[in-house]
Design a protein around this ligand. Structure first.
Ligand code: AMP
Ligand code: MG
Length: 416
């Protein structure tokens, strides 16, 4: 059974962190794992650790084109007899004696008896005699990559819960992995509510507004790894909505709606959810962000989050609450990246409330992060979200931030 801590929190005002922690308990059960070909694994999350099946590199090899020789004797001398060559993929068969060398290319295995590579630019040739110029500068072991210096056989190469970005894909390929076990993508059903809300492409009646939230939500959710189920704008009919939600509860891991959760609003969303499960209205000490609703529906108690209708509030609450839930579903860390920046403008807040302003940060010539707000911070001003590259978080215990104060910025783009 799902922990219903969300419902135990009651009617009092909640802090952002306690609300988020309660929501994370609703998605604590992990998604099933599936095998996918490596070429299709970009952006997916590793379900189990991958260990190196062999040493990487697999053999001690040269980091340069040049000659391989033994520099460990007391006085290696300057002139060496070239007795063969090693190319990448074509090792030299045999053992080097003192005073002998082989020509070697980058990546080719060092033969037994060799411990050092001297690069071409430092050599003079006379037939099969090779002279090392500036022998005093040669260091034993130079230009050699040791077997296992990257990874030892059996060592964890990539931990479970890691999102597979470009470098991780390359590493898995270098370990010979043609398939990887990743978490199934979280499936999130999204819908909008409101009589005034109209789908883009349709005629806009007087006083109607186009449905912005479903598109910004679908974008955010996809950016953070979800597979979106688009339920559209829900009908103004409780029976139809019950049917739609029952269906969503069966196929989705999470249901997210926007609008229609204000206290006192005659709302068929709430009625429909309550027929299928439980719903609680939350008052969260944040701005923008109120009101929000949290519920579970269907036999599996699929979590449902009702976000505010205001387009900025909708995106901010998605970033602060839903994005960490996606991380938890996939087995990633729900901690979001945040950096300190110097305020280049004032940021409003109030003690007892966490404020999220839209900001633009940049790195100045000294390498210091600086952030300014995007102007009008009204929670319906979606263009402020478009010009922003971060949210500026002013915590509960802080009144406001003035120019030159240090503030926390949360990047809007996906960071890992
Ligand atoms: P609500 O939370 O339903 O009271 O809505 C608050 C404000 O957000 C109202 O001005 C709504 O018109 C607006 N709103 C609600 N849903 C959407 C939506 N899907 N897209 C754009 N604006 C919306
Ligand atoms: Mg409404």
């Amino acid at each position: 059974m799902t922990t219903l801590s969300c419902f135990d929190l009651g009617e009092r005002m909640l802090g952002v962190v306690e609300a988020r922690d309660a929501l994370l308990t609703l998605v604590a059960g992990r998604l099933a794992a599936e095998k996918v070909p490596l070429a299709r694994a970009h952006g997916r999350v590793l379900a189990e650790a991958v260990e190196a099946p062999f040493d990487v590199p697999g053999h001690t090899n040269s980091a340069m084109d040049g000659v391989a020789l033994n520099w460990s004797t007391e006085d290696p001398g300057e002139v060496f007899l070239q007795v063969g060559e090693a190319l990448a993929g074509q090792p030299f068969q045999g053992r080097l004696g003192d005073g002998e060398c082989i020509a070697i290319t980058t990546g080719a295995p060092l033969p037994p008896g060799a411990d050092t590579v001297v690069m071409l630019e430092q050599l003079e040739r006379d037939g099969d005699r090779v002279r090392v110029t500036r022998a005093d500068r040669v260091k034993q072991g130079q230009n050699v990559r040791q077997a296992g210096e990257d990874l030892r056989a059996g060592q964890v190469a990539i931990a479970a819960g890691r999102r597979l970005e470009a470098a991780a894909l390359g590493l898995l390929a270098s370990l010979g992995q043609a398939e990887v076990r990743v978490r199934r993508r979280p499936r999130v059903a999204v819908f909008s509510t409101g009589d005034e809300v109209t789908a883009p492409g349709e005629a806009r009646a007087q006083a109607a507004i186009y449905d912005a939230n479903r598109y910004s939500l679908m974008g955010l959710l996809q950016e953070h790894g979800a597979e979106v189920i688009d339920l559209g704008i829900v009908a103004d009919d409780t029976d139809a909505l019950v049917e739609q939600l029952a269906d969503a509860a069966r196929t989705a891991d999470l249901v997210v709606s926007s609008g229609g959760v204000s206290v006192g609003q005659a709302d068929h969303t709430r009625e429909a959810v309550e027929r299928l499960g439980r719903l609680t209205l939350w008052r969260i000490a944040m701005r923008p962000g109120r009101p929000m609703a949290c519920g579970v529906i269907g036999p599996d108690e699929t979590p449902l989050l009702g976000l505010p209708g205001n387009p900025v509030a909708c995106m901010v609450t998605c970033l602060v609450f839903v994005v960490p839930m996606l991380a938890a579903l996939e087995g990633r860390s729900p901690t979001q990246p945040r950096w300190k920046a110097v305020a280049g403008s004032a940021f409003r807040s109030r003690v007892g409330r966490t404020d999220y302003s839209r900001g633009v940060f940049h790195c100045d010539a000294d390498g210091t992060l600086r952030v300014v707000n995007t102007g009008n911070q009204g929670s319906g001003i979606l263009s402020s979200m478009v010009s922003a590259n971060c949210l500026v978080e002013i915590p509960e215990d802080t009144d406001s931030a003035s120019i030159d104060d240090i503030v926390m910025v949360l990047p809007l783009f996906r960071f890992s």
